[in-house]
Unconditional design. Sequence first.
Length: 139
Amino acid sequence: MYAEPTRSQHREEEEEASNPLSSASDDEPIRRARMEPRFQANSDDFRVEIPECEGKIDPDEFLEWMHTVERMFEYKEVPEDKKVKLVALKLGKYASLWWTNLCSKRSRNHKSKIRTWKKMKAKLNSCFLPQTYIQECYF
């Protein structure tokens, strides 16, 4: 039984006919991969999966999160200038509010932005770990 071509099939045929670079042959696959940008080995783009930190009171949970972040940075060889921004994106709930307030307070007091992971880590530790908590073995 013969089926009449649909409107979209007509449109595709017209596009192929009007495009001098299209292939009229159904046997040859369309090579879309050439049109898509390829990942370059020396590119600054990389994917890092850091778990979210909500800022809960449990120091052991916080230290486990911090240890996971450190291992991820080492494994992915994350550049120093990206670490603070990546971690800031993964702060949720109370931790996100704390970070936003800290940044705002520093800006109001004309202090520089926190740009190093070492400094951010120290601020995180001072906020989310009790002063009596032993940290020497961790950081």
